[in-house]
Write a protein that binds this ligand. Sequence first.
Ligand SMILES: Cc1ncc(C[n+]2csc(CCOP(=O)(O)OP(=O)(O)O)c2C)c(N)n1
Ligand code: SF4
Ligand SMILES: [Mg+2]
Length: 335
Amino acid sequence: MEKFGYAQSQKYDTYAARLLPREEFFTPGHRACQGCGEALAVRWVCKAIGKDAIIAHATGCMEIVSSGLPQTSWMHPWIHVAFENTAAVASGIETALKVLERKGKLRGPRPKVVAMGGDGGTSDIGLQALSGAMERGHDFTYICWDNEAYMNTGIQRSSSTPYGAMTTTSPPGKLSIGQRTWKKNMVHIAVAHGIPYVATASPSYVFDLYFKVRKALETPGPAYIHVLSVCPTGWRSPTDMSVRLGRLAVETGVFPLYEVVHGRYRLTVEVPKLRHVRDYLRLQGRFRHLRDADIELIQRHTRAEYELLLEKCQAPFPEFPSMASSEEPELEAGG
Ligand SMILES: Cc1ncc(C[n+]2csc(CCOP(=O)(O)OP(=O)(O)O)c2C)c(N)n1
Ligand code: SF4
Ligand SMILES: [Mg+2]
């Protein structure tokens, strides 16, 4: 695996099992629905995290399906926390590990600290704790599983639900198109915190996902990865289409794959010619009610956002004075 780097990975369009670590950290036996893209994402991300990590996980599908006492699918030390405080708990773990290390009480390397949550737990309910942890500069990686609604409790809309989507709390009808707002852009919010590493990722592009997680973990300071996770139950999509839908999200420009390293944008998967969003939307029952005119509106919005992203990727990057070190500050005696 060591010899297989990011550059080589780009040659592989599809998943090649033998090129990824065999060891499983998210084991079979969990109760995720058939075809769950979120469970697939968790599996790949945990392989990328590898050993020596502690995970704090918000409530949500991935916690509910995987940790019914007395069983668990998680091979890492794993803490189930409330919606509101996932990043705050991760901050506490990271700080405690630093203190133990400073006092010489930590044997071996300092474990990586990872926080995970769904889109509801990240872009809505846990946002304040996440913002605080990013702003304070904790050395941790936050991963958002974005299935675009509060799925675990029965498909309620979140601020990450896309325009026009049907959920149980944004039902389409005579007076409503479904979700009436455009999807909140959590990636922009993370970038606005000035943190060293931010990326989008998808389990449909395994190597891209794998190397982004590695990069995030190896970057000192806060890192944020936003993972689009297809949910056949909530998206009303065929269970054997999850990987394909993840690819269509990228191929239509709905969910571009890129990273922002110290403010510098870079597309990591280039799409020579974008497909029409219709190809993506028409496979999902949650968009079934949309008329052609609605789809054209979404198409125009998607293209405009994509153009903006391309501009950011191509813009000359100004020389900033080197950032203050993200190494931990000296703690006061007794801290
Ligand atoms: C403060 C609080 N409000 C509501 C709930 C109920 N609840 C548990 S999981 C969940 C949905 C989670 O949605 P999301 O974060 O998007 O994760 P998903 O289930 O979609 O993966 C809700 C509303 C809760 N546990 N705590
Ligand atoms: S509801 Fe969606 S995200 Fe939750 S386990 Fe089922 S497919 Fe996965
Ligand atoms: Mg969700």
